[in-house]
Design a protein around this ligand. Sequence first.
Ligand code: ADP
Ligand code: TRP
Length: 316
Amino acid sequence: MALRKIMLSGVKPTGRPHLGNYFGAMRQFVKLAEEHEAFVMIADLHALTTLHNAAELKQNTLDLALDYLAIGLDPAKVTIFKQSEVPAHAELAWIFNTLVTVPYLQRAHAYKDAEAKGKELDAGTFTYPVLMAADILLYSTDIVPVGRDQKQHVEYARDIAEKFNHTYGETFKLPNPLILSDVETVPGIDGQKMSKSYNNIIPLFASDEEITKAVMAIVTDSSGERPENVYQIHKLFKSAGELASLYEDKKGKYKELKEALIDDIKTFTKPLRERREELAKNPEEIIKILQAGSAKARESATIKLTEVKQKVGLDL
Ligand code: ADP
Ligand code: TRP
C-alpha cells in the first residue's frame, strides 16, 4: 500500500469556534482524515500571543478538544494533540529563527496590520509564522487545510523549508495549503470576516437562543433585494439552487429569511451539539485522548528534529 499523504492543521484555543472556523477549516479536517494520515493540533503556544490567563487557556484547551471530537474527528484515526506537549515545535522554531530575516517577517500581514494600527508587537507575535512553520514541517506535511487568512502562513512555511534545505541540504517537504474557494472567508454578523477577535461570531456550538440572537443581529443593507450578509452565511447550509427559490419567494422579507437561516443552522448543528454534550460528561476521557495524541505526535516530531539537529550540528 502506498504511504498515505499527511495533513496537519490546528486552531488556537482562544475562544469558541464559530461557523467561519468550521466551514473554512475544521470540516475539512474531518474529510481529509479519511484519506490522509492526519494531525490536528490545539495551538496553545500560539494562543499565548493573545491570551494571558491560565484558567481560561486551560478551559479553552479542553473545550477545543471536545469541539474536535464533536465534529467527528476520531482519535483512533487522527492524532489530536496539544502543541505545547511536543517541545520539538519550540525547538525547531528557534532554529528557524536563526535563518529568517527581520525584513522578511516584517512583510507578514499580522505584523503589517499591527504596525498600521500603531500597536506595539510582542516578539511572539512577530515570530508567529516561524513557529507555525515548525508545526507544519516537523511532520513532513503535504497538505494544510485552513481558511484564506492563513494562506500567507503556509507560504512562510514553504519559504522557510526551502531556505533550510538550501542551507543544510534536503530535509523538509514543501507543504501546500488547502483553501476551499467557496468558504475561504465566512463573513460575521457585521459583514467583516467572522473572527473570535471581532465580536461578530455565530458560535458553532451555540444554544437555540444564541443562534436566534446572532442571526437577528446580522447587519442588512436595505439597498439591495437580497440581504447579502444573510445570504453569504445561508449558502453554507443550502445549495445555490435551493436558496435561489427561497430568496425569490421572500424577496425583501428580511425577517423571514433570517428565520429560515436560524432553522437551517439549528438543524445542521443539533447533532453536533448533542454529541458534544455527551462527550462533555467524561472530561477524564478527553484528557487521556490528548495525552495519547501528544505522545504519538512527540514520537513523529522527534524523528524529524533529530535529523535537523544532525544537519545543523547540534548533535554530538
Ligand atoms: P479566528 O480568526 O476566529 O481567531 P483562528 O485564527 O483560530 O480564528 O482560525 C482557525 C481556522 O479557521 C484557520 O484555518 C482560519 O483560517 C479559519 N477561519 C477563521 N475565520 C474564518 C472565516 N471567517 N472564514 C473562513 N475560515 C476562517
Ligand atoms: N495560525 C493558525 C490560526 O490562527 C493556527 C495554527 C497554528 C495552524 N499552527 C498551525 C494552522 C499549523 C495550520 C497549521 O488559525
